[in-house]
Design a protein around this ligand. Structure first.
Ligand code: FAD
Length: 359
């Protein structure tokens, strides 16, 4: 594409990476900025023993059409094995899928394709402000703060934000967003999530998943190695996951105190368990994990060239208490297509040259 338009994609979670790959393949000059030091967002992994494992438990269903077709495009579909999962208190077993090398392989393959097409992914860049310059060629300025508190400004023709709706409202305060856009954005509410990953010396119980009552701070116990086997993790993988309102006192406690509280409740399920049964643990907090309200109007392009693709925009997301990658990927694919269409309509003349935006 001559005079290729540039796009700055905020967030290297699944949404940001899927959009970035697609747009880089279409000839856009892609820059992805991610506040954390690794890609993946909620699907980020850590190395445990000789394997990668997700910090938050992730598994596939046979009905995950969009995930499976993405894995196929990336040549990873044959790496998926399907296992019978035993759910506590439920008759029957559900088939669940998990990749040979964990979802790390999906995130790495997406990142690799982005860079293979000339895209750049910046880690440790937190976007604090998006502004617009009205010089001859109108461009967005994306201001990022780095870990040493220095600021870097990236310029681009188009911006795509993939984080929470509330965060977008905060970082666009210098832009002239219509109030009927900004106010509803601020009203979208989310539940937070805390997931405790435990590497245990031995199996905790025989089931894969067990829901827990309100007297537990975590609502679900997931024994990953009861599904996929021990692999080379060097222990049994157990997750304890809980959805939280941020007003809950535990949300602001230290990781060590949350671990102690979760462990105390684990002992209620099996009083024989002792601290030394746990080889290592890691707590992951996700502030904007599950949207609990949805925008009532379409929010995709609040200003020409500024796009939003966020979990709260997934249809029916608030009616479900489930977290799924499949609708996330579907929405990311739709958004990437919408950006391509909008760019070809608005920025490119028949000759393919970039024209000035019309406001
Ligand atoms: C507890 C839990 C369990 C789940 N289990 C499953 C499962 O078993 N199967 C399944 O299919 N799905 C599951 N999911 C859902 C899946 O994780 C999500 O659908 C998917 O990861 C969402 O990706 P995303 O890119 O939209 O959001 P995120 O992963 O949140 O990515 C957004 C990214 O943007 C970055 N960002 C935000 N603001 C800024 C900023 N200002 N500057 C720079 N970077 C920024 C964030 O750091 C993050 O990396 C689960 C989710 C949770 C919470």
């Amino acid at each position: 594409m001559p005079n290729r338009p540039s796009i700055c994609i905020i967030g290297a979670g699944l949404t940001g990476l899927v959009c970035a790959r697609s747009l880089a393949q279409q000839g856009f000059r892609v820059q992805v900025v991610e506040q954390h030091s690794t890609p993946g967002g909620m699907l980020a992994s850590v190395r445990i023993g000789h394997e990668y494992i997700e910090l938050i438990p992730h598994h596939l269903r046979k009905s995950d059409r969009n995930v499976l077709s993405l894995l196929k495009e990336l040549g990873l579909h044959e790496d998926i094995s399907w296992y019978d999962s035993f759910w506590y208190g439920r008759a029957g077993r559900k088939k669940l899928g998990y990749p040979e090398k964990g979802f790390h392989s999906l995130i790495s393959a997406l990142s690799q394709e982005i860079t293979d097409h000339g895209g750049i992914i910046y880690y440790g860049y937190t976007v604090m402000d998006i502004d617009l310059t009205l010089e001859s060629k109108r461009q967005y300025h994306v201001s990022c703060v780095l870990s040493d508190c220095t600021t870097i400004v990236l310029d681009s023709d188009i911006v795509l934000f993939t984080g929470s709706c509330r965060n977008l409202a905060h970082i666009t305060h210098n832009l002239d967003l219509p109030t009927d856009f900004r106010d509803p954005l601020m009203d979208i509410t989310y539940k937070a999530n805390m997931s405790l990953l435990l590497v245990m010396k031995s199996q905790f119980t025989g089931c894969f998943s067990r829901p827990l009552g309100e007297d537990f701070p975590f609502q679900r116990l997931i024994q990953h190695t009861n599904l996929v086997g021990e692999r080379r993790y060097g222990g049994h993988i157990l997750y304890l996951c809980g959805a939280f309102q941020t007003a809950h006192p535990m949300w602001t406690q230290s990781d060590a105190d949350v671990f102690k509280a979760f462990f105390k409740h684990l002992q209620k399920l099996n009083p024989a368990i002792v601290r030394s049964d746990i080889k290592t643990w890691r707590l992951t907090r996700t502030r904007y994990a599950l949207p609990t309200s949805a925008p009532e109007m379409p929010f995709t392009e609040p200003l020409p060239g500024l796009f939003l693709c966020s979990l709260a925009m997934i249809q029916d997301s608030t009616e479900s208490t489930e977290y799924r990658m499949d609708p996330t990927i579907a929405l990311a694919n739709d958004t990437a297509r919408m950006i391509e269409d909008s760019v070809s309509e608005r920025y490119l003349q028949d000759t393919g040259t970039v024209i000035e935006r019309i406001y």
